[in-house]
Ligand binder design. Structure first.
Ligand code: UDP
Length: 315
């Protein structure tokens, strides 16, 4: 197989590069590096099965040679990033997805879209199953990401229905692990960075809002299984261990031995920050025989070790 991974220098994209190379595929990673970084794929330089193309997929995509599968992961994904790049986020979800689908059609390649739990917005149904249509504030600040991904899903289904293309949609819930950017603004790198530096953790609001955190390896396994399956409708991939941000802060402090212990600096919630989020993963279990394997404490240990190394690396 030869696969194209858009967003291949990003957090998730770079782990997918590793996985497909390990499975014996040839990999083309494409990225414009606005939120991704070449550091994530530096270890692949010199691997003859790997190519990197610097390109913004919101512009026409040209890749010579055959491609068997396209995994479309290009997009800012952290709230801070998509608030910083609102137009690019809308463009990559709309134009980028259109270009990537056009390329898949021309190459007769299977297409997998990275969608998101954000399509459910600030959900009024709990947990969220794939049949829930969501509660998105389309003109709120998060609307740029949520609506871009909702449009992308609609476009993928249109290509499937009109052109009979082989398409897959994964709705990714909060995922963490090595290669997240320490400054991407999300709760996992924020808390881990603060805990390692012995600082108070910045809890937004009263910390009662909930999330479920899955380790990157579990997500990658779900994506691979979905790509190989024949299932066209969207599939949630995430853990179902729901914890509040406050509980999460305590767990991070405990594992990182943060001297600041239970000191928390309370900040303001950002507009549209969902109060709860938890996937119904019965579809992933039934269709892909998938369920997460890595416990939160175990995944956090691996991630904290990675960030300690990053923070102590010479500049
Ligand atoms: N959060 C927090 N402190 C931080 C960063 C985030 O309390 O330093 C909270 C944020 O308000 C949200 C949750 O953590 O409720 C998860 O935020 P994140 O940015 O990781 O992603 P989201 O799940 O909102 O897309």
């Amino acid at each position: 197989m030869r696969v194209l991974i858009t967003g291949g220098a990003g957090f998730i994209g770079s782990h997918l590069c590793d996985r497909f190379l390990a499975d014996g595929s040839r990999v083309v990673a494409m990225d414009n590096l606005i939120t991704g970084t070449q550091d994530n794929i530096a270890h692949l330089a010199g691997n003859r099965a790997f190519e990197f193309i610097y390109h913004d997929v919101s512009n026409f995509i040209h890749v010579p040679g055959p491609i068997d599968a396209i995994l479309h992961f290009a997009s800012p994904a952290s709230p801070m990033d998509y608030l910083k790049y609102p137009i690019q986020t809308l463009k990559v979800g709309a134009l980028g997805t259109h270009n990537a689908l056009g390329l898949a059609r021309a190459k007769n390649a299977r297409f997998l879209l990275a969608s998101t739990s954000e399509v459910y917005g600030d959900p009024l149904v709990h947990p969220q199953s794939e049949s829930y249509a969501g509660n998105v504030d389309l003109v709120g600040p998060r609307g740029v990401y949520d609506e871009a991904k909702r449009y992308a899903e609609a476009l993928v289904m249109a290509y499937h229905r009109q052109h009979g293309m082989e398409t897959r949609i994964v709705r990714i819930f909060n995922t963490y692990g090595p290669r997240m950017r320490l400054d991407d603004g999300r709760v996992v790198p924020n808390f881990i960075g603060q805990a390692i530096r012995g600082e108070a953790l910045t809890i937004y609001g009263d910390g009662s809002q909930t999330r479920c955190f899955q380790y990157i390896d579990d997500l990658v396994e779900g994506v691979v299984r979905l790509l190989q399956s024949d299932f066209v409708d969207p599939v949630n991939i995430g853990t179902t261990r729901e914890i509040s941000v406050l509980e999460f802060a305590k767990i991070v402090n405990g594992i990182a031995n943060n001297a600041a212990g239970s000191v928390f600096a309370v900040g303001a919630r950002t507009e549209g920050d969902p109060q709860t989020r938890k996937p119904d993963t019965s579809r992933a279990h039934a269709v892909l025989n998938w369920q997460p394997q890595v416990e939160l404490e175990q995944g956090l240990q691996l991630t904290i070790r990675y960030f300690r190394d990053v923070l102590t690396e010479p500049a």
